[in-house]
Design a binder for this molecule. Structure first.
Ligand code: PMP
Length: 416
Protein backbone atom coordinates (compact mmCIF):
# COMPACT_ATOMS: atom_id res chain seq x y z
CA UNK A 1 0.00 0.00 0.00
CA UNK A 2 1.33 3.46 -0.90
CA UNK A 3 1.62 6.02 1.85
CA UNK A 4 2.00 9.75 1.44
CA UNK A 5 5.37 10.80 2.82
CA UNK A 6 4.99 12.91 5.97
CA UNK A 7 5.94 16.58 5.58
CA UNK A 8 9.46 17.07 6.96
CA UNK A 9 9.47 18.48 10.47
CA UNK A 10 10.28 22.18 10.70
CA UNK A 11 13.90 22.42 11.77
CA UNK A 12 14.16 25.69 13.68
CA UNK A 13 17.77 24.90 14.67
CA UNK A 14 18.77 24.76 11.00
CA UNK A 15 16.87 27.98 10.29
CA UNK A 16 18.64 29.73 13.16
CA UNK A 17 22.04 28.72 11.81
CA UNK A 18 21.22 30.78 8.69
CA UNK A 19 20.92 33.92 10.87
CA UNK A 20 24.34 34.61 12.38
CA UNK A 21 23.11 37.76 14.14
CA UNK A 22 21.03 35.62 16.50
CA UNK A 23 24.11 33.91 17.88
CA UNK A 24 25.32 36.57 20.32
CA UNK A 25 25.10 37.68 23.91
CA UNK A 26 23.34 40.91 24.83
CA UNK A 27 24.04 42.20 28.34
CA UNK A 28 25.69 38.85 29.00
CA UNK A 29 22.70 36.72 27.99
CA UNK A 30 21.75 34.99 24.73
CA UNK A 31 19.92 37.41 22.46
CA UNK A 32 16.19 36.72 22.23
CA UNK A 33 15.03 38.72 19.21
CA UNK A 34 11.30 39.39 19.42
CA UNK A 35 11.09 42.51 17.28
CA UNK A 36 10.67 41.08 13.78
CA UNK A 37 7.45 42.99 13.10
CA UNK A 38 9.55 46.17 13.17
CA UNK A 39 12.32 44.60 11.08
CA UNK A 40 13.18 40.95 10.62
CA UNK A 41 16.74 39.64 10.49
CA UNK A 42 18.38 38.50 7.26
CA UNK A 43 19.72 35.04 6.57
CA UNK A 44 23.29 34.64 5.38
CA UNK A 45 21.94 33.74 1.89
CA UNK A 46 20.57 37.28 1.51
CA UNK A 47 23.66 39.12 2.72
CA UNK A 48 25.82 36.86 0.52
CA UNK A 49 23.71 37.59 -2.57
CA UNK A 50 24.16 41.32 -1.94
CA UNK A 51 27.91 40.91 -1.36
CA UNK A 52 28.22 38.81 -4.53
CA UNK A 53 26.43 41.48 -6.53
CA UNK A 54 28.75 44.24 -5.31
CA UNK A 55 31.89 42.13 -5.65
CA UNK A 56 31.16 40.71 -9.11
CA UNK A 57 28.39 42.42 -11.04
CA UNK A 58 27.60 45.94 -9.89
CA UNK A 59 26.95 48.67 -12.45
CA UNK A 60 23.97 50.88 -13.20
CA UNK A 61 21.04 49.12 -14.81
CA UNK A 62 19.21 49.59 -18.12
CA UNK A 63 21.48 52.15 -19.75
CA UNK A 64 24.78 50.38 -20.30
CA UNK A 65 25.96 48.24 -23.18
CA UNK A 66 28.84 46.76 -21.19
CA UNK A 67 28.95 43.36 -19.54
CA UNK A 68 28.55 44.45 -15.90
CA UNK A 69 25.59 46.66 -16.70
CA UNK A 70 23.96 43.81 -18.58
CA UNK A 71 24.53 41.48 -15.64
CA UNK A 72 23.17 43.99 -13.15
CA UNK A 73 20.12 44.62 -15.36
CA UNK A 74 19.49 40.91 -15.69
CA UNK A 75 19.68 40.45 -11.91
CA UNK A 76 17.47 43.48 -11.20
CA UNK A 77 14.81 42.50 -13.74
CA UNK A 78 15.15 38.87 -12.63
CA UNK A 79 14.30 40.06 -9.11
CA UNK A 80 11.17 41.70 -10.47
CA UNK A 81 10.20 38.42 -12.12
CA UNK A 82 10.75 36.54 -8.81
CA UNK A 83 8.50 38.99 -6.97
CA UNK A 84 5.83 38.75 -9.68
CA UNK A 85 5.83 34.93 -9.49
CA UNK A 86 5.83 34.94 -5.69
CA UNK A 87 2.71 37.11 -5.35
CA UNK A 88 0.80 35.73 -8.33
CA UNK A 89 1.07 38.87 -10.50
CA UNK A 90 0.00 38.32 -14.07
CA UNK A 91 2.93 40.32 -15.42
CA UNK A 92 6.31 41.66 -14.26
CA UNK A 93 5.13 45.07 -15.51
CA UNK A 94 2.81 45.18 -12.51
CA UNK A 95 5.68 45.13 -10.01
CA UNK A 96 7.04 48.57 -9.15
CA UNK A 97 10.12 48.66 -6.92
CA UNK A 98 9.85 51.33 -4.23
CA UNK A 99 11.55 51.99 -0.87
CA UNK A 100 8.91 50.16 1.11
CA UNK A 101 5.23 50.04 2.01
CA UNK A 102 5.23 53.71 2.99
CA UNK A 103 6.46 54.83 -0.39
CA UNK A 104 4.08 52.45 -2.17
CA UNK A 105 1.04 53.99 -0.44
CA UNK A 106 2.35 57.51 -1.08
CA UNK A 107 2.77 56.59 -4.73
CA UNK A 108 -0.85 55.49 -5.05
CA UNK A 109 -2.15 58.53 -3.14
CA UNK A 110 0.10 60.96 -5.02
CA UNK A 111 -0.51 59.54 -8.48
CA UNK A 112 -3.81 57.65 -8.67
CA UNK A 113 -5.36 59.77 -5.91
CA UNK A 114 -4.43 63.08 -7.49
CA UNK A 115 -6.42 62.33 -10.65
CA UNK A 116 -9.23 60.23 -9.20
CA UNK A 117 -10.27 62.03 -6.02
CA UNK A 118 -12.26 65.22 -5.68
CA UNK A 119 -14.39 67.11 -3.16
CA UNK A 120 -16.93 64.83 -1.50
CA UNK A 121 -15.19 61.62 -2.58
CA UNK A 122 -14.43 59.17 0.21
CA UNK A 123 -11.57 56.91 1.19
CA UNK A 124 -12.59 54.12 3.54
CA UNK A 125 -9.81 52.96 5.87
CA UNK A 126 -9.88 51.15 9.22
CA UNK A 127 -8.97 52.16 12.77
CA UNK A 128 -6.19 49.57 12.80
CA UNK A 129 -4.21 51.07 9.90
CA UNK A 130 -0.55 51.86 10.32
CA UNK A 131 0.17 55.60 10.00
CA UNK A 132 1.60 54.90 6.57
CA UNK A 133 -1.88 53.90 5.38
CA UNK A 134 -3.52 56.94 6.99
CA UNK A 135 -1.27 59.97 6.64
CA UNK A 136 -0.79 59.82 2.82
CA UNK A 137 -4.60 59.78 2.50
CA UNK A 138 -4.95 62.70 4.94
CA UNK A 139 -2.50 64.67 2.80
CA UNK A 140 -4.50 63.76 -0.30
CA UNK A 141 -7.77 64.68 1.40
CA UNK A 142 -6.36 68.11 2.29
CA UNK A 143 -5.35 68.69 -1.31
CA UNK A 144 -8.54 67.40 -2.95
CA UNK A 145 -11.37 67.96 -0.50
CA UNK A 146 -11.92 64.22 -0.18
CA UNK A 147 -13.01 62.73 3.14
CA UNK A 148 -11.66 59.81 5.18
CA UNK A 149 -13.92 57.33 6.95
CA UNK A 150 -12.93 54.46 9.23
CA UNK A 151 -14.16 50.95 9.87
CA UNK A 152 -14.27 50.21 13.59
CA UNK A 153 -12.32 47.58 15.54
CA UNK A 154 -14.05 45.20 17.97
CA UNK A 155 -12.89 44.77 21.60
CA UNK A 156 -11.12 41.54 20.65
CA UNK A 157 -9.23 43.27 17.85
CA UNK A 158 -11.13 42.36 14.70
CA UNK A 159 -12.60 44.58 12.02
CA UNK A 160 -16.30 45.29 12.49
CA UNK A 161 -17.25 43.92 9.09
CA UNK A 162 -20.80 45.30 9.30
CA UNK A 163 -19.27 48.77 9.06
CA UNK A 164 -18.44 48.15 5.40
CA UNK A 165 -22.14 47.91 4.57
CA UNK A 166 -22.76 51.08 6.59
CA UNK A 167 -19.89 53.16 5.26
CA UNK A 168 -19.47 52.08 1.63
CA UNK A 169 -21.40 54.21 -0.85
CA UNK A 170 -21.21 55.58 -4.36
CA UNK A 171 -18.94 58.28 -2.90
CA UNK A 172 -16.28 55.73 -1.89
CA UNK A 173 -13.40 55.75 -4.37
CA UNK A 174 -10.91 53.67 -2.45
CA UNK A 175 -10.89 51.12 0.35
CA UNK A 176 -7.57 50.72 2.17
CA UNK A 177 -6.92 47.93 4.66
CA UNK A 178 -4.00 46.24 6.30
CA UNK A 179 -3.77 42.54 5.51
CA UNK A 180 -2.27 41.77 8.94
CA UNK A 181 -2.27 44.27 11.81
CA UNK A 182 1.15 45.23 13.14
CA UNK A 183 -0.29 45.65 16.65
CA UNK A 184 -3.09 43.09 16.90
CA UNK A 185 -1.62 40.38 14.70
CA UNK A 186 -5.08 39.76 13.24
CA UNK A 187 -5.31 38.49 9.66
CA UNK A 188 -8.06 40.48 7.96
CA UNK A 189 -10.44 38.96 5.37
CA UNK A 190 -8.96 40.95 2.50
CA UNK A 191 -10.64 38.94 -0.23
CA UNK A 192 -14.06 39.65 1.20
CA UNK A 193 -13.21 43.32 1.77
CA UNK A 194 -12.02 43.63 -1.84
CA UNK A 195 -15.31 42.18 -3.05
CA UNK A 196 -17.28 44.62 -0.90
CA UNK A 197 -15.20 47.52 -2.27
CA UNK A 198 -15.71 46.41 -5.85
CA UNK A 199 -19.45 45.95 -5.34
CA UNK A 200 -19.57 49.59 -4.27
CA UNK A 201 -17.54 50.65 -7.32
CA UNK A 202 -14.38 51.43 -5.31
CA UNK A 203 -10.82 50.17 -5.70
CA UNK A 204 -9.04 48.28 -2.93
CA UNK A 205 -5.51 48.84 -1.65
CA UNK A 206 -3.98 46.34 0.72
CA UNK A 207 -1.09 47.07 3.05
CA UNK A 208 0.79 43.77 3.07
CA UNK A 209 3.76 44.84 5.22
CA UNK A 210 2.95 42.33 7.97
CA UNK A 211 1.44 39.68 5.70
CA UNK A 212 4.19 38.87 3.19
CA UNK A 213 6.61 37.76 5.95
CA UNK A 214 4.19 35.04 7.07
CA UNK A 215 1.59 34.22 4.43
CA UNK A 216 1.56 33.05 0.85
CA UNK A 217 0.00 36.09 -0.78
CA UNK A 218 -1.71 35.75 -4.15
CA UNK A 219 -2.92 39.08 -5.50
CA UNK A 220 -4.98 37.40 -8.23
CA UNK A 221 -6.83 35.31 -5.65
CA UNK A 222 -7.45 38.31 -3.41
CA UNK A 223 -8.62 40.26 -6.45
CA UNK A 224 -7.36 43.60 -5.10
CA UNK A 225 -6.15 46.57 -7.14
CA UNK A 226 -3.03 47.64 -5.20
CA UNK A 227 -0.85 45.59 -2.85
CA UNK A 228 2.10 47.13 -0.96
CA UNK A 229 4.89 45.50 1.04
CA UNK A 230 8.42 45.97 2.40
CA UNK A 231 11.50 43.79 1.94
CA UNK A 232 12.95 44.25 5.42
CA UNK A 233 10.05 42.56 7.22
CA UNK A 234 10.42 39.38 5.16
CA UNK A 235 14.16 38.68 5.54
CA UNK A 236 15.12 41.09 2.75
CA UNK A 237 17.09 44.34 2.87
CA UNK A 238 15.87 47.74 4.07
CA UNK A 239 15.14 50.39 1.45
CA UNK A 240 13.36 48.06 -0.96
CA UNK A 241 9.69 47.28 -1.25
CA UNK A 242 7.01 46.68 -3.82
CA UNK A 243 3.89 48.28 -5.11
CA UNK A 244 1.91 45.76 -7.10
CA UNK A 245 -0.97 47.21 -9.11
CA UNK A 246 -3.15 46.01 -11.95
CA UNK A 247 -1.44 46.90 -15.18
CA UNK A 248 -4.24 49.00 -16.65
CA UNK A 249 -4.31 51.11 -13.47
CA UNK A 250 -0.55 51.70 -13.61
CA UNK A 251 -0.81 52.58 -17.29
CA UNK A 252 -3.52 55.15 -16.64
CA UNK A 253 -1.77 56.71 -13.63
CA UNK A 254 0.48 59.77 -14.05
CA UNK A 255 4.14 59.54 -12.95
CA UNK A 256 4.84 59.96 -9.26
CA UNK A 257 8.35 61.37 -9.54
CA UNK A 258 10.20 62.75 -12.56
CA UNK A 259 13.79 62.12 -13.57
CA UNK A 260 15.98 59.71 -15.44
CA UNK A 261 14.84 56.18 -16.29
CA UNK A 262 11.13 57.03 -16.25
CA UNK A 263 10.95 58.87 -19.58
CA UNK A 264 10.57 57.86 -23.17
CA UNK A 265 11.81 61.21 -24.52
CA UNK A 266 12.57 64.64 -23.13
CA UNK A 267 12.64 67.98 -24.91
CA UNK A 268 12.82 71.41 -23.36
CA UNK A 269 9.10 71.72 -24.02
CA UNK A 270 7.97 68.50 -22.39
CA UNK A 271 8.46 64.77 -21.92
CA UNK A 272 6.80 61.47 -22.61
CA UNK A 273 6.87 58.53 -20.25
CA UNK A 274 8.47 55.12 -20.32
CA UNK A 275 6.25 52.06 -20.23
CA UNK A 276 5.24 50.65 -16.82
CA UNK A 277 6.75 49.85 -14.42
CA UNK A 278 9.73 52.10 -15.38
CA UNK A 279 7.37 55.09 -15.51
CA UNK A 280 7.30 54.86 -11.69
CA UNK A 281 10.99 54.19 -11.09
CA UNK A 282 12.69 57.56 -11.55
CA UNK A 283 16.45 57.62 -10.92
CA UNK A 284 18.89 54.84 -10.17
CA UNK A 285 16.97 52.15 -8.33
CA UNK A 286 18.01 50.11 -5.30
CA UNK A 287 19.61 47.38 -7.41
CA UNK A 288 21.26 45.44 -4.59
CA UNK A 289 18.06 45.78 -2.54
CA UNK A 290 15.97 44.16 -5.27
CA UNK A 291 18.52 41.35 -5.61
CA UNK A 292 18.47 40.84 -1.84
CA UNK A 293 14.67 40.79 -1.82
CA UNK A 294 14.59 38.14 -4.55
CA UNK A 295 17.01 36.06 -2.48
CA UNK A 296 14.80 36.49 0.60
CA UNK A 297 11.85 35.23 -1.42
CA UNK A 298 13.91 32.26 -2.58
CA UNK A 299 14.84 31.59 1.05
CA UNK A 300 11.23 31.72 2.29
CA UNK A 301 10.03 29.61 -0.64
CA UNK A 302 12.79 27.10 0.16
CA UNK A 303 11.41 26.65 3.67
CA UNK A 304 7.87 26.79 2.34
CA UNK A 305 5.46 29.41 3.60
CA UNK A 306 2.97 26.69 4.53
CA UNK A 307 5.49 24.96 6.79
CA UNK A 308 6.58 28.31 8.19
CA UNK A 309 3.01 29.31 8.95
CA UNK A 310 2.27 25.99 10.65
CA UNK A 311 5.33 26.39 12.87
CA UNK A 312 4.63 30.04 13.68
CA UNK A 313 1.01 29.39 14.38
CA UNK A 314 1.84 26.64 16.89
CA UNK A 315 4.48 28.88 18.48
CA UNK A 316 2.06 31.83 18.68
CA UNK A 317 -0.54 29.55 20.31
CA UNK A 318 2.05 28.47 22.87
CA UNK A 319 3.02 32.10 23.55
CA UNK A 320 -0.62 33.18 23.92
CA UNK A 321 -1.27 30.34 26.32
CA UNK A 322 1.81 31.16 28.45
CA UNK A 323 1.18 34.91 28.43
CA UNK A 324 -2.46 34.24 29.34
CA UNK A 325 -1.28 32.64 32.58
CA UNK A 326 0.49 35.80 33.75
CA UNK A 327 -1.78 37.68 36.10
CA UNK A 328 -2.32 41.33 35.19
CA UNK A 329 -1.20 40.89 31.59
CA UNK A 330 -3.59 41.71 28.74
CA UNK A 331 -2.84 40.61 25.18
CA UNK A 332 -4.56 42.64 22.45
CA UNK A 333 -6.01 40.97 19.39
CA UNK A 334 -7.94 37.78 18.70
CA UNK A 335 -7.06 34.23 19.80
CA UNK A 336 -7.23 32.80 16.28
CA UNK A 337 -6.82 34.02 12.67
CA UNK A 338 -3.68 35.79 13.69
CA UNK A 339 0.08 35.79 13.41
CA UNK A 340 2.53 35.90 16.31
CA UNK A 341 2.57 39.67 16.75
CA UNK A 342 1.69 39.91 20.42
CA UNK A 343 0.93 43.33 21.91
CA UNK A 344 0.27 43.53 25.59
CA UNK A 345 0.01 45.72 28.64
CA UNK A 346 1.12 44.42 32.03
CA UNK A 347 -0.06 45.66 35.43
CA UNK A 348 0.68 49.39 35.51
CA UNK A 349 4.22 48.97 34.22
CA UNK A 350 4.81 51.37 31.35
CA UNK A 351 5.60 49.59 28.10
CA UNK A 352 8.90 51.47 27.77
CA UNK A 353 9.98 50.37 31.25
CA UNK A 354 9.07 46.78 30.39
CA UNK A 355 11.14 46.91 27.21
CA UNK A 356 14.11 48.30 29.15
CA UNK A 357 13.85 45.64 31.86
CA UNK A 358 13.62 42.88 29.24
CA UNK A 359 16.55 44.32 27.30
CA UNK A 360 18.71 43.88 30.41
CA UNK A 361 18.00 40.15 30.03
CA UNK A 362 18.90 40.13 26.34
CA UNK A 363 15.26 40.16 25.20
CA UNK A 364 14.43 42.59 22.39
CA UNK A 365 10.80 43.70 22.27
CA UNK A 366 9.23 46.94 21.07
CA UNK A 367 7.28 49.44 23.13
CA UNK A 368 5.22 52.40 22.00
CA UNK A 369 2.32 53.19 19.71
CA UNK A 370 3.74 51.11 16.83
CA UNK A 371 2.63 53.84 14.35
CA UNK A 372 -0.93 52.95 15.36
CA UNK A 373 -1.92 55.99 17.42
CA UNK A 374 -5.61 55.90 16.42
CA UNK A 375 -5.74 52.24 17.48
CA UNK A 376 -4.05 53.07 20.80
CA UNK A 377 -6.68 55.80 21.35
CA UNK A 378 -9.36 53.26 20.49
CA UNK A 379 -8.13 50.92 23.24
CA UNK A 380 -7.51 53.82 25.64
CA UNK A 381 -3.76 53.23 26.04
CA UNK A 382 -0.82 55.36 24.98
CA UNK A 383 1.48 52.43 24.34
CA UNK A 384 1.76 48.67 24.41
CA UNK A 385 4.69 46.30 24.64
CA UNK A 386 4.99 44.10 21.56
CA UNK A 387 6.76 40.78 21.19
CA UNK A 388 6.73 39.62 17.59
CA UNK A 389 7.64 36.08 16.60
CA UNK A 390 9.17 34.95 13.36
CA UNK A 391 10.52 31.85 11.70
CA UNK A 392 13.66 31.65 13.86
CA UNK A 393 12.04 32.01 17.29
CA UNK A 394 11.72 29.06 19.64
CA UNK A 395 9.59 27.83 22.52
CA UNK A 396 12.57 28.38 24.83
CA UNK A 397 12.61 32.05 23.81
CA UNK A 398 8.92 32.36 24.64
CA UNK A 399 9.73 30.79 28.04
CA UNK A 400 12.54 33.33 28.53
CA UNK A 401 10.11 36.16 27.75
CA UNK A 402 7.53 34.87 30.23
CA UNK A 403 10.11 34.31 32.98
CA UNK A 404 11.43 37.85 32.51
CA UNK A 405 7.88 39.20 32.65
CA UNK A 406 7.21 37.26 35.86
CA UNK A 407 10.29 38.83 37.37
CA UNK A 408 9.33 42.33 36.21
CA UNK A 409 5.89 41.78 37.75
CA UNK A 410 7.39 40.70 41.08
CA UNK A 411 9.69 43.73 41.19
CA UNK A 412 6.79 46.02 40.37
CA UNK A 413 4.52 44.57 43.05
CA UNK A 414 7.29 44.77 45.65
CA UNK A 415 7.84 48.45 44.81
CA UNK A 416 4.19 49.35 45.51
N1 PMP B 1 2.18 48.97 7.34
C1 PMP B 1 2.34 48.13 8.37
C2 PMP B 1 1.20 47.25 8.80
C3 PMP B 1 3.58 48.07 9.01
O1 PMP B 1 3.75 47.24 10.03
C4 PMP B 1 4.63 48.91 8.57
C5 PMP B 1 5.98 48.90 9.25
N2 PMP B 1 5.94 49.03 10.63
C6 PMP B 1 4.40 49.76 7.49
C7 PMP B 1 3.16 49.76 6.90
C8 PMP B 1 5.46 50.66 6.96
O2 PMP B 1 6.48 49.93 6.38
P1 PMP B 1 7.85 50.62 5.97
O3 PMP B 1 8.32 51.37 7.18
O4 PMP B 1 8.74 49.46 5.62
O5 PMP B 1 7.56 51.50 4.82
Amino acid sequence: METTPAAPAYDVGAVRRDFPILDQLVHGRPLVYLDSAASAQRPRQVTEAIRRHYETSHANVHRGAHELSLRATEAYEGARASVARHIGASSEAEVVFVRGTTEAVNLVAGSWGAVNMGPGDEILLTKMEHHSNIVPWQLLAERTGARLRFVDVSPDGQLVMADYARLLSERTRLVGVTHVSNTLGVINPVREITELAHDAGALCLIDGAQATPHLQVDVARIGCDFYAFSGHKMCGPTGIGVLWARRELLEAMPPYQGGGEMISSVTLEGSTWAAVPQKFEAGTPNIAGAIGLAEAIRYLDGIGLDALQRYESELAGYALERLGRIEGLRVYGPRSDRVGVLSFTYLDIHAHDLATILDQRGIAIRAGHHCNQPLMDHFGVDATARASLYLYNTHEEVDALCEALDLAGELFCRSL
